[in-house]
Design a protein around this ligand. Structure first.
Ligand code: S3P
Length: 441
């Protein structure tokens, strides 16, 4: 079977209710934290995508057993020192920056050598952003010029650190928090705002973590080497996966969608703030708290008069994985949209800023770029009739799904390669597309 999708028809008007798969960031964190708990944790609605499966395989290699019963994963943690001794372990993180970066944090006290590898996309990404702070804990780490493979062989003497995280990367922050869990004494982190699932989970596990929130920074302190009990967790829907369906509905004709049970944590809320500022009127209903996270149903409708936006740079981290689909909405807006300081986008699974702009130009949308600041010249009458071939995007799952949304709403005849890329984060993508009436081959 060829690994591509053909889309030749726009989606017809629809009115549907869907559920979205479990949040990827939370799923990976739950697997890793359950591996450190004492006893059997139960995780429900865990995202079953390649990134999360690779997390399960990683803990298994380190001697942690798990099994699946119905919609639950049971993980038998053996405490903070519970990884079984084993020589020459190789962990393949596949496409997942989150798994690779977070698990290195958990390995700072492991007595044997572990090699972390990944796929082609992960192997071009920077790991010095985590290896450097972890070295200051006393961890023995080497890498190939800051890239994978990273080799970690524990530490002779772990000591707590004071660390300033100024990229706004939750992966860096979480890797350091995980290392702090293993380290005696108090680690202090001053972190530029980024998703805060790790902190929320640790708070729920009653670990001695304190968080002081300022406008742009959080101050986090954690006392290490405290064992914690196993836990139950029901993973809410992933707003990053939901974003493809939000934008599909906004750009379709006369359509309405309800997306049930989505995590709307403020540190992930940028997509809703941005789209609503562009006149999209996404409504939250049944809002409730779940173990420190906020969950709600999202109500969205097609929008005829999308407005352009001048997007504040301090919203970037809360929408970091959603910019590709946001660019599609800007392409249909009346007026010129501007986005600033987007250099981090080029450090994702593919260089998403470069690819996103190239994509917009290929469908006739004018863009202007100065450094990492961009302008998108919207066209409310955007209608496509030509043929479009999308390939060479490093199998980036989000580039693939964004291209499908464009094809289903702007028209034209599309051939989009690497359809199996969705397995990274959202294997149910096609099933849900079909449910709302999309036609593709
Ligand atoms: C993630 C954090 C973000 C995001 C990634 C998942 C996480 O990366 O892009 O998809 O789970 O912590 P950075 O922390 O590097 O910005």
């Amino acid at each position: 079977m060829t690994n591509l999708i053909l889309i030749n028809k726009k989606i017809k008007p629809f009115k549907k209710k869907i559920s979205i798969s479990g949040d990827k960031s939370i799923s990976i964190r739950c697997v890793l934290l359950a591996s450190q708990a004492i006893g059997r944790s139960k995780i429900t609605n865990l995202l079953e995508s390649e990134d999360v499966i690779n997390a399960l395989k990683a803990i298994k290699k380190l001697g942690i057993n798990f099994k699946k019963v119905k919609n639950n994963y049971f993980i038998n943690g053996l405490g903070l020192n519970g990884f079984k001794p084993n020589k020459n372990i190789v962990i393949n993180a596949g496409n997942s920056g989150t798994l690779a970066r977070l698990i290195i944090g958990l390995l700072v006290d492991y007595k044997h050598k572990v090699k972390i590898i990944g796929d082609k996309s992960l192997s071009r990404r920077d790991f010095s952003r985590v290896t450097e702070p972890l070295k200051t804990f006393g961890a023995n780490i080497s890498s190939r010029d800051g890239k994978l493979p990273v080799i970690i062989s524990g530490s002779e003497f772990l000591r707590p650190i004071n660390y300033v995280e100024n990229i706004g990367s939750a992966q860096c922050k979480s890797s350091v928090i995980f290392a702090a869990l293993k380290t005696p004494g108090k680690t202090n982190i001053k972190a530029k705002k980024s998703r805060n699932h790790t902190e929320i989970l640790l708070k729920n596990l009653k670990l001695p973590i304190t968080i002081t929130t300022n406008k742009n920074y959080d101050l986090i302190s954690l006392n290490g080497q405290n064992n914690f009990d196993s836990f139950s967790y029901n993973v809410p829907g992933d707003i990053s996966s939901a974003s493809f369906f939000l934008v599909l509905t906004i750009l379709a004709n006369n359509s309405e969608l309800i997306i049930k049970n989505v995590n709307v944590n403020l540190s992930r809320f940028g997509i809703i703030k941005i789209l609503n500022k562009m006149n999209c009127n996404i409504i939250l209903k049944n809002k409730k708290k779940y173990k420190g996270e906020t969950v709600a149903d999202l109500y969205v409708k097609s929008v005829k008069n999308i407005k352009s936006i001048s997007c504040p740079a301090n919203w970037n981290s809360s929408a970091i994985d959603e910019y590709l689909v946001i660019f599609l909405v800007a392409a249909r807006a009346k007026g010129i949209s501007s986005f600033k300081k987007l250099s981090e986008l080029n450090k994702k699974e593919s260089p998403r800023l470069d690819i996103g702009l190239k994509f917009l130009n290929s469908i006739g949308i004018k863009t202007k770029r100065i450094g990492d600041n961009i302008k998108i010249y919207g066209n409310p009458n955007l209608k496509l009739e030509n043929q479009y071939v999308i390939k060479d995007f490093m199998k980036d799952h989000r580039v693939f799904m964004m291209s499908c949304v464009a094809a289903l709403t702007f028209g034209g005849k599309w051939k989009i390669y690497n359809k199996d890329s969705v397995n990274t984060s959202f294997p149910k993508f096609f099933k849900i597309l079909k449910k709302i009436g999309a036609r593709f081959i």
